[in-house]
Ligand binder design. Structure first.
Ligand code: F6R
Length: 613
């Protein structure tokens, strides 16, 4: 949610910033802007994509070696040229880019207006630039660094900020509270970004700032301290991802690339963790907490969006295999209802980005109340992965498409591995059964590949038939009920078609009223133990002239006969089937969105990493 990038070194800063902003555009794309310094401050910004910004920057006017940039997802103030970042102070000497929300901006603004300051934008960010200048210019003997500290102490809310000032032309100042920021250490150059994607091209050495920390960055040095002025020595981490992971590799969209990457990403998620020959599972990140997990009376899982759907799949699998009661919570609801969680409980949070504010808040709430807090995250170094007591990385690789695809399947794989491991430790399943399950799990990447090869073309044809349908209903039972939710969410997000996911049997308690000859009903009929019941539900839809589009096992003649269109997938254990059934639904939503001319990778109003509550 909003992307920040900064550069100081010997290169043309505008080029580094624009390239970095393009890589960060998936975090927000309402508007973009840069502040460049070279004796004077040059601000270029405006509504729209980074490519619009690129056209505006006239490098003939100013070659700068220091600058900050921003790509915005609006929270305060509509997306327009004035509200775009950077925001500058009254004199124009200080420029700020900001990710987060300043909650007390109204009261601060009033105070500053009384002191004669005029505000140009409707954003909360402008407060930072104005307040900083007010403090810096009116407090005798203060350094710029101290002025930043005093400013941040007056601010209530969340921020990741980067600041440049004409008074300090060899420095970029950054600070974080609740919004990720990292420093990239180059050779006589330094980078700043809200995630690693703009940095990876230049260096793999990074420092993650923690909440309450700030840094003063020059081209060949950095000083990290707390806002309270305590100097810190930070660990330098090595980035593992390569540049190819954040490029499209010939695919028209990141989303399609990420859908097709799933045989590999699922394989990467299992690699070194399952041993099909011996029938064992090693989850190194959970080794120290395995006893507590095995003895847990219940596990609460908190997540948002697609990660919440994978949590629901996890609930079915944990309860069936490990016989551990599981409750799945929307992270955004969890903390606001005085949750019954504490010592002896386990909270498992799931997050692709590891930065989702609601999920992070749930984690902190449960931790404060004494629960063991575990995480399943994709982004290494993310806040959630660092604040949990223990956890498992999904190793799916960077997910750039705003609609989550490969993160979902990798999260489900981790949940399956956890469930089998706990079930074995608890003695709920025999070694022999565990081995069979692990061998079946090992075959999943190949089956996903088969679906991608065999179903892609037929799905493109089906997508053409339904491109202009105004509504969709998705039905599934048992392990595939969460997949119905996920299929509907994918379609809504990227094609803007209204879609609802429902447990198939629940349909007759309301949504059945929606069904007529215009209503496409996607039925996920690949759970064997509920097959007969699902067939009855299909009959109910057909009796009302609904159009059945089924995702079914290739041997399911009954469902095929009842369906107007059917997508056939290989068979697997019922509890692994979400890993297969979700793939055609991802492709279907992708092709419908493309046919409708939608911006698949950057759907309207959405941002990849939702760092505000
Ligand atoms: C759906 C989607 C969102 C995210 C949600 C949680 O395609 O991308 O619903 O799943 O915002 O994000 P993470 O997993 O990063 O916590």
């Amino acid at each position: 949610m909003c992307g920040i990038v900064g550069y100081i070194g010997e290169k043309d800063a505008s080029q580094v910033l624009v390239k970095g902003l393009k890589r960060l555009e998936y975090r927000g794309y309402d508007s973009a802007g840069v502040a460049l310094m070279n004796g004077k401050m040059m601000i270029e910004k405006g509504k729209g994509k980074v490519s619009n910004l690129e056209k505006k920057i006239d490098t003939k006017k100013l070659i700068a070696k220091i600058g900050i940039g921003h790509t915005r997802w609006a929270t305060h103030g509509e997306p327009n040229d004035i509200n775009s970042h950077p925001h500058v102070s009254e004199s124009g000497n200080i420029a700020v880019v900001h990710n987060g929300i300043i909650e007390n901006y109204n009261s601060l603004k009033k105070k500053l207006e009384l002191r004669g300051r005029t505000f140009k934008s409707a954003t909360d960010t402008e407060i930072i630039a104005q307040l900083l200048e007010e403090i810096y210019t009116t407090t005798k003997g203060i350094t710029f660094e101290q002025a930043i500290q005093l400013t941040l102490k007056q601010i209530v809310g969340t921020y990741g900020i980067a600041v440049v000032s004409l008074d300090q032309q060899d420095k970029v100042y950054v600070a974080r509270k609740g919004s990720p920021l990292l420093l990239g250490i180059g050779d006589n150059e330094m980078f700043i970004a809200s995630d690693a994607s703009p940095i990876v091209e230049y260096t793999n050495k990074v420092i993650y700032l923690d909440d309450g920390e700030m840094a003063v960055v020059t081209k060949d040095s950095y000083k990290v301290k707390t806002i309270e002025d305590v100097e810190l020595t930070k660990e330098i981490h090595e980035l593992e991802m390569g540049l190819e992971a954040i490029e499209k590799a010939g695919y028209p969209h990141f989303m399609l690339k990420e859908i097709f990457e799933q045989p590999r990403s699922i394989g990467d998620c299992m690699r070194g963790r399952i041993n099909p020959e011996e029938g064992t599972i090693q989850l190194g990140g959970l080794r120290d907490v395995m006893d507590e997990l095995v003895n847990a009376k219940r596990i609460v899982i908190a997540a948002c969006g697609t990660s919440w759907h994978s949590a629901l799949v996890g609930e079915y699998i944990f309860e069936y295999l490990a016989r551990t009661p599981v409750e799945v919570e929307y992270a955004s609801e969890f903390r606001y209802r005085d949750p019954l969680i504490g010592k002896g409980d386990v909270l498992l949070v799931i997050s692709q980005s590891g930065e989702t504010a609601d999920t992070l808040a749930a984690l902190r709430e449960a931790k404060e109340r004494g629960a063991l807090v575990l995480g399943i995250c994709n982004v290494v170094g993310s806040t959630i992965s660092r604040e949990t007591d223990a956890g498992v990385f999904t190793h799916a690789g960077p997910e750039i498409g705003v609609a989550s695809t490969k993160a979902f399947t990798a999260q489900v794989v981790v949940l399956i591995m956890m469930a089998i491991k706990i079930a074995m430790e608890k003695g709920e399943i025999t070694k022999k059964k565990a081995k069979k399950l692990i061998q079946e799990l090992d075959s999943i990447p190949e089956k996903v590949d088969q679906i991608l090869q065999e179903c892609d073309e037929p799905i493109q044809k089906i997508a053409k038939m339904f491109t202009y349908a105004p509504n969709f209903l998705y039905l599934g039972r048992s392990y595939n009920f969460p997949v119905a939710l996920e299929g509907a969410l994918k379609l809504k997000e990227i094609s803007y078609i209204h879609a609802e996911g429902y447990p198939a049997a629940e349909m007759k308690h309301g949504p059945i009223a929606l069904i007529d000859e215009m209503m496409p009903v996607v039925v996920i009929a690949a759970t064997k133990h509920t097959n007969d019941k699902t067939i009855s539900n299909i009959e109910e839809v057909k009796a009302r002239k609904g159009r059945i589009l089924s995702v079914m096992n290739d041997d399911n003649k009954d469902v095929k006969e009842l369906s107007e269109f059917s997508i056939q997938i290989p068979t697997t254990k019922d509890y692994f089937s979400p890993l297969l059934t979700v793939i055609p639904l991802q492709l279907l939503s992708y092709y419908i969105a493309v046919n409708r001319g939608c911006n698949v990778d950057q759907p309207r109003n959405l941002a990849k990493s939702v760092t505000v509550e």
